[in-house]
Design a protein around this ligand. Structure first.
Ligand SMILES: Nc1nc2c(ncn2[C@@H]2O[C@H](COP(=O)(O)OP(=O)(O)OP(=O)(O)O)[C@@H](O)[C@H]2O)c(=O)[nH]1
Ligand SMILES: [Mg+2]
Length: 650
């Protein structure tokens, strides 16, 4: 395919109009002849029955259109915070993004969370202020909020007319408009020294094309963000936005002849239950019937390839760097898997993990086995639901972001698997951190050691948020290379055994923020001549002995249970400060001194996530409906009082 590809994410807070905008872009660009609507459940990208019933996007979806010689894959994402994991997986495959802001609701907490992630990953981003046709929509007000609350690097590209009415429209500013020129030159010069020198020399003398080129260059580097206005419903401003997408965002780079590298960002099941992987190609070319590796030692043969073209999927014999394709035949693949060589950057987690969990109970006890299979299938599409099985209680539980996700899982199990389930009460997911250091060793042939190996392990606390770090500190000659082939591979496997063990600490919670060091390793060999048998230890000895030793070490280190906390910024009428501070104190919050700004005041507080929802419920009453809460995940802190054991309440 000679065409340039642009993989473009549409991101925003819930209900900002992403799906409506996606539909409108497809329509304006000529990819569809009829405009669907979210409210009628007829859009291209809200194709799941559940999405149509609820009028919200649950899964990311891909559609495409052509813009001159550019082939654009649009990726519509969900805006509800319960489905943030869908956005996370999409971020790693984008060349650019359109961040949608509702002209009526303005910048929302979720908008900030998304923008921060886009900035961290340096994804070139245009902003689109939507819904200018709706009464109450703002333009300058919204731009001010963008620069105060998102980033100062915003450039409004034009002006609105008749805003707040059905006739609302948008016109691009001309390069001759002195106010536009001044703003453009100022923002761009701040980020480019040469331009700054020329600007200081003579502000009015910068040629138009220099400004235009600098705008495109800096937007492509994610240094500045052009702001467009319009309405996805009436189509106002869409032409300008389309032009911006074509001119200001970078087409994907990548060598079709290079080594194969891609990322699976979405998994779905076809009509007959077959697995379909959505893959963004970064390098190389995949052909039909080719065998592809995708991590965890797995590989499968590609049995079909389709790419997106003008809204529909088209079969192809191959797919190359830059494009997005659906691949059939990769039966072991999971969301997030990387295909081929480790080419794409590992972007890590951009958003906070789910902090809630709930036990899923099958309506009929006979359905338990089917439920386990169904949840495993859902986990392929969304690994963060992290299905766990409690063997003693015979219970299955999942991690959750919130109640809406829970309802969606319930409905999906009913609709797609014919399983009626109920959920137990949703409870917070705690973690355990080691308090001190602990070391343990099990010696080969010792009475306490049922396995044929010596393993010594030490666990030490590490900084908050650092996760689990495994280190090998043993004599390479004592490592069973006859099993693991290389030292790296042995280290990888030990790392894996350690992580599996630390999923359940002394109180049943995930242990994290620690360093685990292997200090001793010996394998068993026969007593010596005349025996000619080879070494006796197997991988199972190392796999099974690791948890025994590590749990002993952990007991010596001891652990503290920590609960998820959020940082809350509350904007309230100054008169309500006393009442709000008192409420926060009752909820175990640590409050920073409020800053008074005339009639409005800001309070910053850190409180347990479990309490934040109560605070949210009280806020309107305490502030006469004026209070605005902006809260974000802020890590974990030790619980006060008793150390809760996992699922003690069930
Ligand atoms: N008046 C007006 N309504 C709009 C506009 N864009 C979207 N809407 C309406 O806003 C509601 C939400 O639109 P969606 O397109 O579903 O929003 P979304 O951002 O995709 O929502 P989620 O995917 O659930 O986060 C629907 O009722 C749309 O008809 C607009 O430009 N003007
Ligand atoms: Mg949507």
């Amino acid at each position: 395919m000679a065409k340039n590809e642009l993989n473009l994410g549409i991101l925003a807070h819930v209900d900002a109009g992403k799906t409506t905008l996606t539909e409108r872009l497809l329509y304006e660009a000529g990819a569809i002849d009829e405009l669907g609507s979210v409210d009628a459940g007829t859009t291209q990208t809200d194709s799941l029955t559940l999405e149509q019933q609820r009028g919200i996007t649950i899964k990311s979806a891909v559609a495409s259109f052509a813009l001159n010689d550019l082939h654009v894959n649009l990726i519509d994402t969900p805006g509800h915070p319960d489905f943030i994991a869908e956005v996370e997986r999409v971020l790693s495959v984008l060349d650019g993004a359109v961040l949608v802001i509702s002209g009526v609701e303005g910048v929302q907490p979720q908008t900030r969370i998304l923008m921060r992630a886009l900035e961290r990953l340096r994804i070139p981003t245009l902003m689109f202020v939507n819904k200018i046709d709706r009464p109450g929509a703002g333009d300058e007000r919204v731009v001010q909020a963008l620069s105060e609350r998102l980033t100062t690097a915003v450039v409004p590209m034009g002006t609105t007319h008749a805003i707040g009415t059905r006739a609302a429209s948008f016109t691009l500013s001309s390069a001759e408009d002195p106010a536009f020129r001044a703003r453009l030159a100022e923002v761009l010069a701040e980020r480019n020294e040469e331009l700054m020198a020329a600007y200081v020399e003579d502000e009015s003398d910068l040629p138009d094309h220099v400004l235009r080129d600098a705008l495109a260059a800096q937007t492509k580097l994610a240094l500045v963000h052009p702001v467009f206005f319009g309405s996805a419903v009436t189509g106002a401003g869409l032409e300008s936005l389309l032009a911006g997408i074509g001119d200001l965002l970078p087409a994907s780079a990548g060598d079709p002849d290079g080594p194969v590298s891609g990322t699976a960002f979405k998994i779905e099941r076809g009509a007959s239950g077959e697995k379909i992987a959505y893959v963004r190609m970064f390098s190389g070319t995949i052909h039909m019937r080719e065998r592809l590796g995708f991590g965890r030692g797995l590989e499968d043969k590609v049995t079909a390839i389709t790419v997106f073209e003008r809204g529909s999927a088209v079969q192809r014999p191959s797919v190359s760097a830059g494009a997005v394709a659906k691949l059939w035949g990769l039966s072991g693949i999971q969301v997030g898997d990387r295909i081929g060589e480790a080419g794409a950057d590992e972007s890590g987690h951009q958003f906070s993990p789910p902090t809630l969990e709930s036990v899923v109970v099958a309506g009929h006890p006979d359905d338990r086995a089917r439920l386990r299979v169904a949840l495993a299938q859902l986990a392929e599409q969304d690994p963060l639901i992290d299905v766990r099985q409690d063997d003693t209680r015979q219970e299955l539980s999942v991690s959750l972001y919130g109640e809406v996700q829970k309802e969606v899982i319930q409905a999906t199990l009913a609709n797609e698997f014919g399983l009626e389930v109920t959920f137990r009460k949703t409870t917070p997911i705690h973690i355990e951190r080691p308090i001190g250091s602990g070391e343990a060793i099990e010696l080969l042939h010792a009475e306490s050691n049922p396995f044929l190996a010596t393993i010594g392990l030490r666990i030490d606390p590490a900084s908050d948020g650092s996760g689990i770090d495994f280190r090998l500190q043993v004599d390479a000659r004592t490592v069973p290379l006859y099993i693991y082939k290389t030292l790296e591979r042995f280290s990888e496997r030990m790392d894996q055994y350690v992580r599996e063990t630390l999923r359940e600490g002394l109180f049943g919670w995930q242990v994290t923020d620690c360093i685990v060091t292997m200090t001793k390793c010996i394998y068993s060999v026969p007593d010596g001549p005349p025996s000619r048998r080879g070494p006796l230890s197997t991988a199972a000895d190392f796999r099974k002995l690791t948890p025994l030793v590590l749990m002993q070490a952990l007991e010596r280190a001891r652990t503290v249970v920590c609960e998820p906390i959020v940082r809350a910024s509350v904007e309230i009428p100054t008169g309500a400060i006393g009442a709000v501070m008192a409420a926060l104190a009752r909820l175990d919050a640590t409050v920073e001194t409020p800053s008074l700004q005339g009639p409005l005041s800001m309070i910053e507080a850190v409180l347990p996530a479990a309490q934040a929802q109560y605070f949210q419920q009280q806020l309107a009453g305490l502030t006469g409906g004026e209070g605005v809460l902006d809260s974000s995940f802020a890590g974990y802190q030790p619980v006060s009082g008793d150390q809760p054991t996992r699922r003690a309440s069930a």
